[in-house]
Design a protein around this ligand. Structure first.
Ligand SMILES: Cc1ncc(COP(=O)(O)O)c(C=O)c1O
Length: 420
């Protein structure tokens, strides 16, 4: 079913604003998504009508706040097909979810000489915690290489690295630079066969496609609310209960305990053992509303819509001279998400994005928090990137293509062509 994008766009107040008199064309949802009215209203409703702390008050608004917050966890659990809310830990974002695993499970289970396996296309949030951990523990960090085209993982490298029997495989589900979607189910199977646990970075997958953590057989799965129509400051760590049961809490304080004596304490039940202090209450509640919104559209429809737009963008870009597009080709759309990174000759992406901005088109420029991939593998100082979501349409892509022509005219590339 194709999405009624015109109807969806009406739900997003920000899409009505003008940038220097031009409509905002938002093509940076991989960085953060825009928010529908329902999500914005849920936050304001909480503050206006039942603002109270959770898990402690016995008065009515406190009970309502607790009820709504916990209800959101049920929605998130069902959205990714977790067994129960015991497996859903609220964090601030994907980064914190991954760090939680590095500071708790990995702290206990990774020792001197143990191996952690990641890939060359990870976001810094799935690299830096492991660099720190291997330094602390005297462990070894290995990388699965990309293939020669630099657009997907190299099968031989996967095999070779898995055979080294890492203790943990930490891998992105979808690259925020290349858009490449990894077959994480098969990765999980291979990791398990080789005795490893697997952590999946779902920052770019949960917002854009159906995800079933049990079908994948993920041990840990991390994602952010703000990339899936929810507010900033709320993220999720899914982990199998059998793992969470034995993991020590990361922070100590209120809410994460059952009882405290002078020199000891009993941790709370799951998942609260990992949620110390007053929670991001409105963030959790609003994330639940975001999940409702996405569920109503249907994640398969979200995915199909993004696939169509990516197809449209790749086809159009293929005939634009001086543009190089990164990632899998248009005939591999099943393995490619709605992220299109590109360069225009050697024009710096910051210049590209600034000229796009004069047309009201918001794109991301930089190393995309993936320096090993962008700088070391792709050998680029930075890249421009457009990324799509449910409120984007073909017209947005056309505006981006027109902005590319403006960049080329500004830098007189087109003129050089005529002279040559
Ligand atoms: C693949 C990937 N992983 C992790 C992150 C980090 O997300 P957050 O900043 O919400 O923690 C991002 C953000 O862009 C991402 O794209």
């Amino acid at each position: 079913m194709s999405l009624d994008v015109e109807k969806i766009r009406k739900d997003f107040p920000i899409l009505k604003i003008k940038i220097d008199g031009k409509p905002l064309i938002y093509l940076d949802s991989a960085a953060t998504s825009q928010k529908p009215k329902k999500v914005i209203n849920a936050i304001s409703k909480y503050y206006k009508t039942y603002n109270a702390n959770i898990h402690r008050g016995v008065y009515q608004i406190a009970e309502k706040a607790t009820f709504e917050y916990e209800k959101s966890k049920k929605k998130v659990a069902s959205f990714i097909n977790a067994d129960s809310i015991e497996e859903i830990v609220y964090t601030r974002n994907t980064t914190e979810s991954i760090n939680l695993v590095a500071r708790t499970w990995a702290e206990q289970n990774i020792g001197k000489g143990d191996r952690i396996l990641i890939t060359e296309m990870e976001h810094h949030s799935n690299i830096v915690p492991w660099i720190d951990l291997v330094k602390r523990k005297g462990a070894i960090l290995d990388y699965i290489k990309l293939n020669q085209n630099h657009d997907e993982l190299d099968g031989n490298s996967v095999k070779e690295q898995m055979e080294k029997r890492p203790k943990l495989v930490a891998i992105t589900h979808a690259s925020n630079v290349l858009g490449t979607i990894v077959d994480v189910k098969s990765m999980a199977k291979t990791a398990h066969e080789n005795g490893a646990r697997i952590l999946i970075d779902g920052a770019q997958s949960v917002p854009h496609m159906p995800v079933d953590v049990r079908e994948i057989d993920a041990d840990f799965y991390a994602f952010s609310g703000h990339k899936m129509l929810g507010p900033t400051g709320i993220g999720v760590l899914y982990a199998k209960k059998e793992l969470l049961d034995y993991m020590p809490p990361m922070f100590g304080g209120g809410d994460m305990i059952k009882t405290v004596e002078r020199f000891s304490y009993t941790p709370n039940d799951l998942p609260w053992k990992f949620e110390a202090g007053t929670a991001n209450i409105e963030g959790g509640i609003a994330l639940g509303v975001a999940v409702d919104y996405l569920k109503k559209i249907g994640m398969k429809n979200v995915r199909d819509h993004e696939k169509r737009l990516t197809n449209y963008a790749l086809e159009k870009l293929s005939s634009v001279k001086h543009v190089k597009v990164y990632g899998l080709p248009v005939n591999r759309l099943d393995e490619r998400g709605g992220v299109v990174a590109f360069s225009i000759d050697d024009i710096h992406p910051h210049d590209v994005a600034s000229i796009f901005d004069t047309e009201g088109v918001a794109i991301r420029a930089g190393h995309h928090c993936a320096m090993p991939l962008v700088v070391e593998v792709l050998k680029q100082p930075a890249l421009s990137r457009m990324s799509f979501y449910i409120y984007n349409n073909e017209e947005d892509v056309d505006k981006a293509i027109a902005a590319i022509e403006k960049v080329k005219n500004t830098f007189k590339i087109n003129k050089t062509e005529v002279l040559a």
